[in-house]
Each structure stands twice: as C-alpha cells, then as structure tokens.
Design a binder for this molecule. Structure first.
Ligand code: IMP
Length: 205
C-alpha cells in the first residue's frame, strides 16, 4: 500500500495519536500542522462542517499537501442544539470563565429546570486531497446520551462528566479511553472515514 502524507489541521497531540492509529490502516501518515509552520485557522462559522472545511482548506493551501480536519461539540436538544460549535467557549461567551469545569457548571445551570435531558456529541471530519479539492470527503459521527444533574467520573475531557449513557449506565468520563473510542462520535467518524478512504481509493489523487 502506498503511503500518503497528510497534514492534520490540529495541534492536539491526543487527536494525532487517535487519528493516526486508525488511518494508518489506509496508508495515511500524519504530521500536525504546527510542525509544518501552519498556524490554527479561524473557526468563524455556525456549522461544524463549515468550520472543519475552513480548517482543512487552510492547512492544505498553506502546505500544498492533503489535509484532514475535524470539528466537534455537544448539541443539547432542549437548548436548540447549543452549545454546538461554541462548545469550547460556552461559559466564556457568557462571561463565566474559560475551562471545562466552567462549561459544565454553566450547562447544568441552563438545564436546571429542564426535564428533557437529551443530548448528542457530534464530530465532523473533512479530508481534502489537495488545495482547492472540489470533492472534499466529509463524514459525521454522532453519540447520543443525556445530561446528568451532577458531574461524575475522572476520565475524558470537556462535557464527559455530565454526559450520561443509558445503555452503558456510565458517564463518558467513567469509561476507559479505549471503550470511549469504540462508542464515541469521533471514533465513529474516524471509522467511517477509513472505510470511505479504502473503498473510494480517495487516497490516490
Ligand atoms: P474541538 O472540535 O476539539 O475544538 O472540540 C470542541 C469542544 O467540544 C471541546 O472543547 C469540548 O468542549 C467539546 N467536545 C468535543 N468532543 C468532546 C468529547 O469527546 N468529550 C467532551 N467534550 C467534547
């Protein structure tokens, strides 16, 4: 299998490890954009797919290489899918601090009187083969759960301590990382991307 060198439009070491582990099966070798001198792109859009596409275009246009980008977040049914693309900055946008803990506290406060606790994690991945690729490959993974009334668990990050999984009878923060990857929105999206890369031979421009 030919090796395809791809720039990852993220500086997150955890994502690099997680993405590389799965996509190496399609002959993909990934380098994070900061190692190639590329700064993070703005994420000005209102949808996950637009932000992921903006990040992928940016990384590919700056390097001339194929690029992979992702955008993800938490969508809460009773809040019209907020915080959505603003998940990382949810509390900060309300002047309530910039941390995972602040985001969780603010979320629980917004849902204080709400009985509808349904929520989904969403991850969108975009792969472009070269700058200005007219056929970006786009996949989405979703993971359904409920928002607990109190945080539980020590693993994971972000909203994981509040994200309850009725089937597993645990929060996402109570799952070991490998178990979380088997179920999560990002794990699902990655496996879908792997299948698409293999079946469409998209890695061969
Ligand atoms: P990003 O796409 O890595 O920028 O993630 C956006 C934000 O969504 C994160 O900062 C978290 O607040 C939230 N988020 C996305 N995926 C997860 C997850 O797997 N667990 C917890 N929070 C997540």
């Amino acid at each position: 299998m030919t090796t395809l060198h791809v720039v990852l439009a993220s500086d997150n070491a955890g994502k690099l490890k997680e993405f590389s582990a799965i996509l190496s099966q399609a002959g993909v070798r990934m380098t994070p954009q900061n190692e190639l001198g590329v700064k993070e792109a703005d994420e000005p859009h209102g949808t996950f797919v637009e932000n992921a596409l903006a990040k992928a275009w940016h990384a590919s246009n700056k390097t001339g290489m194929p690029a992979l980008a992702d955008d993800s977040g938490l969508c809460v049914a009773a809040l019209s899918d907020a915080p959505g693309v603003y998940s990382a900055r949810y509390a900060a946008r309300a002047g309530r601090g910039q941390s995972d803990q602040a985001n969780n506290a603010y979320l629980l406060e917004q849902l204080k009187d709400c009985t509808d606790r349904r929520a989904s994690y969403v991850a969108v991945l975009v792969f472009v083969r070269f700058p200005n690729d007219p056929r970006p490959l786009i996949v989405e993974g979703t993971w359904q759960g409920e928002i607990l009334r109190e945080p539980r668990g020590e693993h994971g990050f972000g909203y994981d301590p509040c994200f309850w999984l009725p089937d597993l009878q645990r929060t996402a923060a109570e799952l070991e990382p490998e178990v979380k990857n088997q179920h999560s929105h990002r794990g699902q999206a990655l496996r879908a991307l792997l299948q698409r890369l293999l079946t469409t031979q998209r890695v061969q421009p």
